[in-house]
Write a protein that binds this ligand. Structure first.
Ligand SMILES: CC(C)(COP(=O)(O)OP(=O)(O)OC[C@H]1O[C@@H](n2cnc3c(N)ncnc32)[C@H](O)[C@@H]1OP(=O)(O)O)[C@@H](O)C(=O)NCCC(=O)NCCS
Length: 161
């Protein structure tokens, strides 16, 4: 039996790029569509309020932003780290590996610093994120959804830096 060859990575019709200043409105619209207005009440949003992202990445299709993620500079206790989120891929383009590519771009950009997030364990566990019960976020959060990828066990208050 013969198999069709898998597409080479450079044959994909999309790639992860740094977010540009001009992408901000499109990213906001994508995140609003993915999470709804309720996200503004969330603790992760409280943490990011007034802060500037350290990194942002987008995926475009025909010039349109269809995926995005941001990384924020934080401290966990005294330790510098990064906070990942929000991450969103437009509904019509999911399950093509874009979410994974955005997470990997964040991990590359973290360059050894730990990455914290509030998210679904079944999704983020596949990248090696694990629960971070020693962290204290600025608001209520399900502790099972607070996840860390980095060396050691993160301990203490989480604040933007
Ligand atoms: C989460 C999200 C960014 C993933 O984007 P994506 O491009 O579909 O991701 P990938 O293609 O890399 O991975 C798809 C896989 O993840 C799974 N998956 C997606 N969201 C998941 C979730 N919340 N929990 C568990 N698994 C999830 C899919 O079922 C799929 O599984 P499969 O590989 O077994 O088919 C996208 O679904 C999204 O924008 N969701 C709405 C916003 C959101 O909930 N973001 C944060 C998640 S906590």
């Amino acid at each position: 039996m013969t198999h069709a060859p898998l597409p080479a990575p450079d044959a994909l019709s999309w790639r992860v790029e740094p977010e540009a200043a001009a992408d901000a409105a499109a990213v906001d619209a994508l995140v609003l569509a993915a999470f709804g207005p309720g996200r503004f009440a969330k603790t992760a949003e409280r943490l990011r309020e007034g802060a500037r992202p350290a990194h942002g990445f987008v995926i475009r299709s025909e010039g349109r932003v269809i995926g995005s993620v941001r990384l924020w500079p934080i401290r966990v206790g005294q330790t510098p780290a990064l906070f990942l989120g929000p991450i969103a891929v437009e509904a019509e383009s999911r399950r093509e590996g874009m979410g994974a590519a955005l997470v990997r771009a964040c991990l590359d950009a973290a360059d050894g610093r730990g990455v914290l997030l509030v998210g679904d364990p079944p999704y983020f566990g596949r990248f090696g994120f694990r629960p971070a019960p020693g962290t204290l976020l600025p608001g209520p959060v399900d502790p099972r959804r607070v996840m860390w990828l980095g060396t050691g066990e993160p301990e203490g208050d989480v604040r933007v830096s």
